[in-house]
Design a protein around this ligand. Structure first.
Ligand code: SF4
Length: 349
């Protein structure tokens, strides 16, 4: 059990962090609102995207879908289109489903209770804590990788962050540092310190407000923290696509709502064996997903008969589109890159 003195020390460190945040906190558009809808959208966008990369997406998304009603009543394709370029498209699909949940289960009003927020599709413990603390002042720590890194370094704490109890452990630690009624700002301060100063590699300790207290820094042991023992092994997966083209038009189909790349568009996978004579080139692309190493082979098939092209499309449920129309569809990143390269030289299509 901790003594009063130790808890006072924790609070002292927390206050120093807040003082630093008041002066150095980032001036971001979503920091000027406490609208839970906007905070939720920004938390989901910036989960796997750096702030600089995602800011324009955030602004465009909010402009197109300004409230939960608009988002819920929109077409999935439209939501995916505004997500284009952010990757991890399941986040967009979950946002859409959660918006419908808010309409159906919460009378269209964003839930105010932490446990209700946690019920929304795609909302995990981190996001629920961030929205609850920032919008509703709940005394909860929004623990993410930034918390793990900063706290384990400041306290030279070797608790394994791959342990399933890490979230709970570091939440408790963060709560000891969190002054009353400051949960939202405290969580934002930790996000800023973790991403701007206490970076995974080469932290800027000389500029850090906690460098006097930080044990890892003062002991010269920063590379030892955080401790992470388990690594999830990535599996290999091979995919074969055929880019089937006839005079500038090509075939696409929407993926199902399962496995990877849910609801995104893709090219045909199989084609009649006699089409092999029409393969003009093949490209192999390596692409990494979180737990998968993909090898994607794409065969460019240039058909000579329009009838064969349209018949294959209608019999197999493919849509015929051209370059311009393809810009309104969302493709998995490697297929998007393939198209971009192809369109660079329009004579290729
Ligand atoms: S002193 Fe360095 S290692 Fe310690 S919290 Fe600050 S930036 Fe991180």
């Amino acid at each position: 059990m901790k003594t009063k003195k130790q808890n006072a020390d924790f609070l002292y460190v927390g206050r120093k962090l807040l003082d630093w945040y008041q002066i150095h906190g980032r001036d971001l558009p979503f920091r000027k609102t406490s609208d839970p809808y906007k905070i939720w959208i920004c938390e989901i966008i910036f989960q796997q995207t750096r702030i600089e990369q995602g800011l324009n997406h955030y602004r465009n998304f909010i402009e197109r879908f300004p409230d939960v009603q608009t988002l819920a009543s929109s077409q999935t394709d439209d939501v995916l289109l505004y997500w284009k370029g952010l990757g991890y498209y399941s986040r967009a699909l979950n946002l859409h489903k959660a918006a419908l949940q808010i309409i159906n289960d919460f009378d269209g009003v964003f839930p105010t209770e932490h446990d209700d927020i946690l019920k929304l599709k795609g909302v995990g413990k981190y996001t629920a804590a961030a929205v609850s603390s920032i919008c509703f002042g709940k005394h909860i720590a929004a623990v993410d990788g930034n918390f793990y890194r900063v706290l384990s370094r400041v306290f030279a704490d070797d608790f394994d962050i791959s342990n399933s109890k890490a979230f709970h452990y570091f939440s408790e630690l963060a709560l000891k540092m969190m002054p009353e009624n400051e949960a939202g700002h405290f969580n934002e301060a930790m996000m800023d310190l973790g991403s701007e100063i206490c970076k995974p590699r080469n932290p800027l300790c000389e500029s850090c407000p906690l460098n006097k207290e930080c044990l890892a820094f003062n002991l010269g042991k920063i590379p030892n923290f955080p401790v992470k023992t388990k690594k999830v092994k990535a599996t290999d997966l091979e995919l074969h696509y055929s880019f089937v083209e006839f005079e500038g038009q090509f075939l696409i189909r929407q993926r199902k709502d399962d496995f990877i790349w849910k609801k995104l568009y893709e090219f045909p996978i199989e084609f009649p064996v006699e089409w092999e004579q029409f393969i003009t080139k093949q490209k192999t692309i390596a692409h990494k997903l979180t737990h998968k190493n993909l090898t994607i082979q794409i065969s460019h098939i240039r058909l000579e008969s329009q009838d064969v092209f349209t018949e294959f499309a209608s019999e197999n449920g493919f849509t015929i589109i051209n370059e311009e129309e393809s810009h309104l569809k969302s493709f998995p990143k490697p297929l998007e890159n393939y198209l971009t390269n192809l369109f660079k030289n329009t004579s290729n299509v």
